[in-house]
Design a binder for this molecule. Sequence first.
Ligand code: DAH
Length: 327
Amino acid sequence: MCNYSKVFIKMKEIIDKSMDIDALECIRVKFFGKKGYFAKQIKLIKDSPLEDKKKIGFIINNAKKEIYEHLINHKNFLENNIIHNDINNDFFDISLPGRYKEYGSLHPITYAIFHIGNFFEKIGFSYVSGSEIENDYYNFDSLNIPINHPARSCKDTFRFDKCRLLRTQTTSIQMRVMRKIPPPMRIFSCGKVYRRDNDKIHSPMFHQIEGFAIDINIKFSHLKQLCYDFIYNFFDRKIEMRFRPSYFPFTEPSAEIDIKEDGNWLEVLGCGMIHPNILKKANINPDIYSGFAFGAGVERLVMLRYKIPDLRIFFDNDIRFLKQFRL
Ligand code: DAH
């Protein structure tokens, strides 16, 4: 039987001498690994004389436990040392501001579209999306816009060819929907429209909302009340507003809504009773059904709501502007 106690003392010394965690890990493998010292010793027991077997087994197992504990203690000691050194050596400035995540925000136009959509959904309007690429029929002809109307020329409209164009108004959804859905209906839509315009208050692309309702007995007074409710809701206050007679080929009578801001009347929305010709074109009997329609530019509404003087700022993606709308 070899002199185990000397070996075990030596092992503890080796552990104590190791000064870093990696070295200690190598020692652990050498002593306690599958092919390590203790595994070998345990294998050797079977070759020992019978009377020693029990004793050697006892000694080896006890020492294994004890030395393993010694190793773990030393490991803890080294780890504590590392933490301690890190704290002592690193300058930690507790006055520094904490790290925080910057949260994004919705674009003010997106926010306004959600807000407006919510309003109309709550009062029973269903959302319908339309196509940005339209043909002359749905964008103009179906809406009573005559063939020689200036809006139809290439000067005002982005055209692909003779009959395909980028829609100039979301009113283009009207005929498609009316032909698909039988009355009664309350429809709301919103999306991008395109016109050849570019200045402080016009951009070649902007967003429009469009809504209409068709039922028996729909009157101008329904439209009027809805417009009041919508404008008060959007501006979040009882803003001064007026209905001014106007003209749109697809409504009769037609009106525009102006709101009063700093003493000036500013136009925000077009509306009217759907022209009987349009109902007829959609195979809806105008003697039974009537309807109202309205449309407005979202950018314009948002500009007035937040007193934004230049529309182009919506498209600049300047984070200083956009993050003010974290609502
Ligand atoms: N489409 C019109 C425009 O682009 C807005 C409009 C006016 C829509 C009157 C309507 C309406 O539905 O009845 O200026």
